[in-house]
Write a protein that binds this ligand. Structure first.
Ligand code: ZN
Length: 308
């Protein structure tokens, strides 16, 4: 049995795991991102913690890392991730490879998650599939003909930054009207705050309105919440329509913190899709929720490592 290390980097926490070649996680550990320090110290801390995590008698032979983009995958380093202070320009592939004496592969986190869902989750058996994460941000991983589409600089799948509303809200990426500004968890929160006075449920809620409150208001029958979710679902359906017409996928798997509400978001997307995708291509595609839940990041990083 082959074993590998997995690291899923996030703005608030870093998850580490030892996984086997079937994707099973045999040891896991979660560390607050801030505890790992800055710059080179991060590499020492990651290597130390992976060694400490390794069960006796097991010898992992590769490391897979999923990280928020943008990345320089060819050089195996991060660029300027907006929510990871101290990680700028971090050469994680070479740095960890020097310390652990094994190959290290860095991938965009959405790409890693796509690999995880494809090999161990809701994408299993589909040679043409797209994984879309709808969370604080929006990203995608693309699988075609049974292989990953990475693009010339390995940044393919930036679905969150296709323009879904020209002239809309300025995005942190520098563009205006990105899908992420219309349909992410951050967008749902912004739209709810903008319309707080129009909704009795929002007005009565004492605290910042975030995506979970929007769905809670929707469950309670609030019409403003319904309009906000419909709008986000419509913009997602439009983007999925592009994917269907361009890639003719067998499956679109939707995961991420916001999509965890399931049918409340997926049903309005399914209803809107006939407006944006060609009927024949749409009829050969199924839209499903992700299967791996909170483990998708490390499971994906295991899948990344197994490709080394
Ligand atoms: Zn953007």
């Amino acid at each position: 049995m082959r074993y590998v290390y997995a690291i899923d980097v996030g703005g608030t926490k870093v998850e580490m795991a030892v996984g086997d070649e079937t994707g099973r996680l045999v040891a896991t550990r979660r560390v607050p991102t801030g505890e790992l320090g800055r710059g080179e110290a991060i590499l020492d801390a990651l290597a130390d913690r992976l060694r400490a995590l390794t069960p006796a008698g097991i010898a992992p032979d590769a490391v897979g890392v999923g990280s928020p983009g943008p990345l320089d995958s060819r050089a195996g380093r991060l660029l300027k991730p907006s929510n990871l202070p101290g990680w700028e320009e971090l050469a994680i592939e070479r740095g960890l490879s020097d310390r652990l004496r094994m190959p290290v592969v860095l991938e965009n986190d959405a790409t890693a998650a796509a690999l995880g869902e494809w090999q161990y989750g809701a994408g299993r058996g589909a040679d043409d599939m797209v994984y879309v994460t709808v969370s604080t941000g929006i990203g995608a991983g693309l699988i075609a003909h049974g292989d990953l589409i990475r693009g010339t600089a390995a940044n393919a799948g930036e679905l969150g930054h296709v323009i879904a509303n020209p002239g809309g809200v300025r995005c942190h990426c520098g563009l205006t009207g990105c899908l992420e500004t219309e349909a992410s968890g951050t967008a749902l929160a912004r739209m709810a705050e903008e319309r707080r006075e129009a909704s009795a449920w929002f007005r009565a809620y004492d605290g910042p309105l975030e995506a979970p409150e929007v769905f809670e208001a929707l469950r309670a029958g609030d019409t403003v919440a319904r309009e906000i979710v419909r709008h986000a679902a419509d913009r997602l359906a439009w983007a999925f329509g592009l994917l269907v017409n361009l890639m003719n996928p067998e499956r679109i798997v939707v995961g991420g913190g916001v999509a965890a509400v399931g049918a409340l978001l997926l049903d309005p997307i399914r209803e809107a899709m006939p407006r944006y995708a060609m009927p024949d291509l749409l009829s050969s595609m199924t839209l499903v929720g992700a299967a791996l839940g909170a483990d998708v990041g490390v499971a994906g990083a295991v899948a990344v490592a197994l490709r080394a």
